[in-house]
Design a protein around this ligand. Structure first.
Ligand SMILES: C[S@@+](CC[C@H](N)C(=O)[O-])C[C@H]1O[C@@H](n2cnc3c(N)ncnc32)[C@H](O)[C@@H]1O
Length: 230
């Protein structure tokens, strides 16, 4: 079993069972809202034309980013390894009448030639709150590079590893399947550059307050990690 295959089954079990209650967690709803706000605030400088963009999303969950993002782009192909999450998103797509605009599929994307993509190439490949679960981030970033058109942009969003305090982002009983307690700026800059991205930028996109295990409220910085396939 490869490490990514191992992650598939862990992620599928854990996140499928959390899917029904996922949207009741205020902090995940809030972090998706802030992620979208950050993407939109950079749309004129970082995206050639967001409204005509075909977007690939990795790790969409129940679609907390997918559904509101769809309003601003041409289409979204949303992938997640957890079938429970995709079931929830399918139901939202039906309710919102977004069948022509948003597709959601259960998939661990390991190649940009995977049939799930139907040969398509995308204007943007986005992912929010997923990479801290991914065993081999370099491999996933390379795959995302391969899914993009020339001029396409990657936008990875996740919380920052800014020291030991980052370990409090997850309660201890949620540590299984957490590969790292946040992302480090220099590591991500290296990974995007190594994958072939140009105009690589890693910056704090927002801060989010979260109640942690001891009941106190801690502020967690989130990073946006972006670059262009030239
Ligand atoms: C913390 S949740 C975030 C979900 C969603 N992005 C949100 O912010 O609500 C992480 C999600 O990533 C999915 N996931 C983990 N590794 C993945 C991978 N390599 N490819 C696709 N999905 C993945 C999990 O199944 C889970 O739904």
């Amino acid at each position: 079993m490869t490490s990514s295959t191992a992650n598939y089954s862990i992620g599928n079990d854990r996140f499928s069972s959390e899917a029904a209650t996922w949207d009741s967690k205020p902090e995940v709803v809030e972090s998706s809202r802030l992620c979208l706000r950050s993407i939109l605030s950079h749309s004129s400088t970082h995206f050639a034309s967001l409204s005509t963009s075909r977007v690939l999303e990795i790790g969409c969950g129940t679609g907390l980013l997918t559904i509101p993002l769809a309003e601003h782009v041409e289409s979204v192909l949303a992938l997640d390894t957890a079938s429970g999450m995709i079931d929830m998103l399918h139901s939202k797509i039906r309710t919102e009448g977004l069948d022509g605009k948003v597709q959601a599929k259960v998939k661990l994307l390991e190649s940009s030639d995977d049939e799930v993509l139907e040969g398509r190439r995308f204007d943007a490949a986005v992912s929010h709150l997923v990479f801290h679960h991914v065993p081999d981030m370099s491999q996933l970033v390379k795959v995302m590079w391969g899914t993009l058109k020339q001029g396409g942009r990657i936008w990875v969003s996740d919380f920052e590893d800014d020291g030991v305090q980052a370990e409090r982002f997850h309660p201890k009983d949620k540590h299984a399947g957490v590969e790292r307690h946040g992302l480090k700026r220099n590591v991500m800059e290296g990974i995007l550059t190594q994958a072939g991205f140009d105009k690589v930028e890693v910056f704090e996109s927002f801060k989010m307050d979260k109640t942690v295990e001891d009941g106190s409220v801690q502020s967690f910085p989130f990073l946006a990690m972006t670059g262009v396939r030239s």
